[in-house]
Design a protein. Structure first.
Length: 253
């Protein structure tokens, strides 16, 4: 893989202002892509991420977006396409994580998680699809074919009792990935990265130690581990589609 395999490409990353989304945005920018990110409440963090992308010599854009809203999603995709002249890569990263005992789970809690984690990726992918399918270089069509990378979760593969609505929403996203891969082929490849325990700033130290001890690779995941997996699907063979890749250090084994 060349040092900038995404040079000349453009990417839209939902929830790209901070944490995993920020790491993905910076990784794709370092690989040569122009990057648009969305945020909902993290405006300051989004502005800082845009500045960091621009210091890498790439174009950047931050758009406030509620992925539950068709109108908001429509405006976001239009803004990215207008800024970059098209769209090559979509990363559906925006998500909410919530904990609740299953027998006390409310309808509002269930709907809030599903509206963001499952309906959101559907809405953004549906809106972005015509642009991901549009070839801008007719002489090299394969090089211009679109990519969708959904960010799932190990919880969508192995259920967690205290996070039933979250796990169910991510399992739905994994299944949606497979449906998209069939429906959007051959122009667009669709894959999913399913992180395990990712250590973030402010992570509970006791929990972090617990999961590191359970992980065969002897440590917790880092945001860079997820970002590199996304880069593989963004820049690797377009022939790879319909895959759900666990990035968990063997935690799910």
């Amino acid at each position: 893989m060349t040092s900038q395999p995404l040079l000349g490409r453009s990417a839209l990353i939902t929830g790209g202002a901070r944490r995993v989304g920020r790491a993905i945005a910076l990784t794709l920018a370092r690989a040569g892509a122009d990057v648009a990110i969305t945020y909902l409440s993290s405006q300051a963090e989004a502005a800082e991420t845009v500045r960091e992308i621009e210091t890498l010599g790439r174009q950047a854009l931050a758009v406030e977006c509620n992925v539950r809203s068709e109108a908001s999603v429509r405006g976001t995709v239009a803004a990215a396409v207008e800024r970059f002249g098209g769209l090559d890569i979509l990363v559906n990263n925006a998500a909410v994580f919530d904990s609740a005992p299953l027998d006390a789970l409310s309808i509002d809690q269930w709907d809030a998680v599903f509206e963001t984690n499952a309906r959101g990726p559907f809405l953004v992918a549906r809106e972005a699809l015509p642009h991901l399918r549009a070839f801008r270089d007719q002489e090299d069509q394969e090089d211009q074919e679109g990519r969708i990378i959904n960010i799932g979760s190990l919880g969508g593969i192995h259920a967690w009792a205290g996070h039933a609505h979250y796990c169910a929403s991510k399992a739905a996203l994994h299944s949606l990935t497979l449906s998209m891969a069939k429906a959007f082929a051959p122009e667009v490849s669709v894959n999913c990265v399913a992180p395990g325990w990712i250590e973030l700033e402010g992570s509970d130290a006791v929990q972090a130690a617990h999961f590191a001890l359970k992980t065969p690779m002897g440590r917790n995941g880092r945001v860079e581990d997820v970002a590199q997996a996304v880069l593989f699907f963004a820049a690797g063979p377009h022939f790879i589609t319909g895959q759900v890749l666990a990035v968990d250090g063997g935690l799910g084994l």
